[in-house]
Design a protein around this ligand. Structure first.
Ligand code: FES
Ligand SMILES: [Fe+2]
Length: 419
């Protein structure tokens, strides 16, 4: 294999990492076929027989729940002559039946039926189950799979800082459970998957890329909206393994902000019920903390983003083609009004007719156009290198507009591409 690690410096990356198809093929091998890859949330397949089509890198997989209530990840490839056995994006079924020659599989992947089986004089069905990734594991319903039989556990791969963010995301429910069943938006663009990962955690761009959205909100509501500027005390945080965070805890957890947030909710009966249920479930301090944080804003390398109320999955298709699924996560055990509000907030920015997400896609298109200029091929991720600091918990922090998350992501990318 070629060595592509020279394409990543400490504070810059070479344009070829986006546009060279060979780099993409190497990423499929070194990253998507080895690391823990996010598949889906268990709540997407709540009952036996529920399934969704997903992917690991370019490989199609079926995410489903079997009769024993276990979540399964099955390679979507018939053991006869490789046709996919599931074509529907989602649904409920008793069996997966390959439509080429009719081989039929149970929900746990075992082979149930071969048509005209008497023609096979020597076939061991037990060896012909749908294949599975070597390892499947989950944390709070977030299901990951790895095609590599060996390597660190999912818990170690996520690490304590990421797990705490997932806890913050789920503990917004008094039951501690999210429900990712409100549908999703699908984005596709002619650009590289890493552009979406970079951008999801980019605190530098919103005031520019999304200026028109903020202006429209201002015109309609009189409210001045902007995100981060030079004075913000929000931070970026690198949490190891390429996982990164826009950390709003400093501004959001001041006593005044917490009070403001709780009092705002308590103005409506539904909000009051919600706060009361949260305090009952988690105790006042944790309930207020979680509500004031309002979720998280995190990248889990290589393909998961949790952003406010949203679960975002990145699907690499080719070096110049990416699909992104954006799904609002509802909260279990809360008044309907709270979930309605979450969906409305999601739609305002991220749905196909929302005001924000298209801005980002337009920037990916522009980057891809600009990359056709091959002179001076390095992209700069230098912002804030001088103000990175080690935190006590081993994470690294910098200002919220700094490019620490991108540097951290590429440092880990380089490690994985080296192995
Ligand atoms: S390819 Fe599936 S039954 Fe033949
Ligand atoms: Fe954006």
């Amino acid at each position: 294999m070629n060595d592509y690690t020279s394409l990543v410096a400490d504070d810059a990356v070479h344009g070829d990492i986006y546009i060279d198809p060979n780099v993409f093929e190497a990423e499929l091998d070194a990253i998507f076929a080895k690391a823990w890859v996010f598949i889906g949330h268990a709540s997407e397949v709540p009952a036996a027989g529920d399934f969704k089509r997903k992917s690991i890198g370019r490989a199609p997989v079926i995410f489903c729940r079997d009769e024993t209530d276990s979540v399964q990840v099955l390679m979507n490839r018939c053991r006869h002559r490789a046709a996919t056995v599931c074509q529907e994006d989602c649904g409920r079924t008793k069996r997966f039946r390959c439509e080429y020659h009719g081989w039929t599989y149970r929900l746990d992947g075992t082979l149930d039926l071969i048509p005209y089986a008497d023609a096979y004089d020597d076939i061991d069905r037990s060896t012909l189950s749908l294949s599975k990734p070597a390892r499947i594991d989950q944390y709070r319903g977030f299901v990951f799979a790895s095609l590599a039989p060996d390597g660190e556990s999912l818990i170690d791969f996520l690490g304590p800082a990421v797990r705490r963010q997932i806890d913050n995301f789920c503990d917004l429910s008094p039951l501690g459970e999210i429900d990712v069943r409100a549908g999703s938006a699908l984005l596709a663009y002619d650009g590289n998957w890493k552009l979406q990962m970079e951008n999801s955690i980019d605190g530098y761009h919103p005031n520019f890329t999304h200026q028109s959205f903020f202006q429209a909100v201002h015109e309609q509501s009189g409210q001045r909206v902007s995100t981060f500027d030079g004075d913000s005390d929000a931070q970026t945080r690198a949490m190891g393994h390429g996982h990164t965070l826009l950390d709003y805890s400093r501004p959001n957890l001041t006593p005044a902000r917490v009070r403001h947030r709780i009092e705002g909710l308590e103005r409506s009966p539904a909000g009051r019920d919600y706060v009361a249920a949260m305090v009952d479930a988690h105790g006042e301090a944790r309930a207020h903390e979680v509500i004031a944080l309002g979720g998280t804003h995190m990248n889990v390398f290589p393909n998961l983003v949790l952003l406010n109320q949203q679960v975002r999955t990145i699907h690499p298709i080719a070096h110049n083609r990416t699909e992104v699924t954006l799904a609002p996560a509802l909260l279990k055990g809360v008044p309907d009004e709270i979930n309605t509000q979450r969906i409305r907030q999601f739609e305002a920015f991220y749905s196909p007719n929302g005001g924000g997400i298209h801005d980002d896609i337009e920037m990916f298109n522009r980057v891809f156009e600009g990359l056709r200029c091959a002179q001076d091929p390095w992209l700069l991720f230098k912002r804030g290198t001088h103000r990175e600091e080690q935190a006590e918990d081993g994470t690294t922090v910098a200002h919220v507009t700094d490019e620490l998350p991108q540097r951290a992501m590429y440092r880990y990318w380089k490690e994985r591409m080296w192995v």
